[in-house]
Design a protein around this ligand. Structure first.
Ligand code: ADP
Ligand code: MG
Length: 274
């Protein structure tokens, strides 16, 4: 695989959509593995108490492991919460344990409750590991965990499932992003929309893809992630699809998505510099 250009500054991308089951976690882990396979260093921060991203990356996330929960409440710092993938030396994870389920409520009474993840990310541990990309996997809600993810990032990646009601809830998410942008994080923007679980045999999937492209334009990646059994099987083995079946269509499509995101990011930086 070709080595992709490292971004000039570390890119922090929050993967959000308050609808469950649209492919947030699948995208977080497989996109991370794809960027890592292209020679970049990537950290996945699991912010869903379910810990599915941690599972898929093969990272222990039993209660007691230094995780995103301890990081948010300030019990550990990034150097303790960061774990290296057993399968790829370029890939790291801050896992989520079930303790995170209580954080949404515990955070309410804490100082700087919306900025706690951002503060945790601004840590030398990320420089020591040369982290190029931070991908944050959000829970399916718009609560304080997701707000922390939106404050910590510059970019939002919005996965949209090629299904009925694909755009349900997207308007609400975009309004929340605008609120965070106005009050907490002026540089936040939706940089990437990724169409997921595309089933080429159905007319509907094509219609949804067209509708999303008409509505959102160039922010939608050219690469579409197909519905593929390999993609859904991989996490059961504690693997990303790139490790589970590197030649599969699912693996190839995430490699393409990673390349597109990396090259597009570099282009954006150039445009701004002129
Ligand atoms: P979310 O994190 O948004 O809730 P997930 O990434 O967990 O969504 O995906 C929901 C379900 O769909 C999971 O069982 C996952 O394995 C499956 N899935 C996701 N993407 C694909 C795909 N491209 N092909 C087949 N199954 C997929
Ligand atoms: Mg998820």
């Amino acid at each position: 695989l070709e080595t992709l250009p490292r971004p000039e500054a570390r890119r922090v991308i929050t993967i959000a959509n308050q609808k469950g089951g649209v492919g947030k976690t699948t995208t977080a882990v497989n996109l991370a593995a794809a960027l890592a396979a292209h020679g970049l260093s990537v950290l996945v921060i699991d912010l869903d108490p379910q810990g599915n991203a941690s599972t898929a990356l093969g990272i222990d996330h039993r209660s007691g492991v230094a995780s995103s929960y301890e990081l948010l409440i300030g019990e550990v710092d990034m150097s303790e919460a960061i774990h290296q993938s057993p399968h790829n030396e370029n890939l790291y994870c801050v896992p989520a344990t079930i303790d995170l389920a209580g954080a949404e409520i515990e955070l309410v009474s804490m100082v700087a409750r919306e900025g706690r993840l951002k503060n945790a990310i601004d840590h030398t541990a990320l420089n020591q590991h040369n982290i190029d990309y931070v991908l944050i996997d959000c829970p399916p809600s718009l609560g304080l965990l997701t707000v922390n993810a939106l404050v910590a990032a510059r970019e939002v990646l919005l996965p949209i499932q090629c299904e009925y009601y694909a755009l349900e809830g997207v308007g609400q998410l975009l309004r929340n992003i605008e609120l965070v942008q106005a009050h907490l994080n002026p540089s936040l923007h939706v940089s990437t929309i990724l169409l997921t679980m595309y089933d080429g045999r159905t007319k509907l999937a094509g219609q949804v893809a067209d509708e999303v492209r008409n509505h959102f334009g160039a922010v939608v990646l050219k690469t579409i992630i197909p519905r593929s059994v390999k993609v859904s099987e991989a996490p059961g083995y504690g693997l990303t699809v790139l490790e589970y079946d590197p030649a599969s269509r699912g693996a190839m499509s995430y490699l393409d998505a990673g390349k597109e995101i990396a090259e597009r990011g570099a282009a954006t930086v150039k445009v701004r510099e002129r």
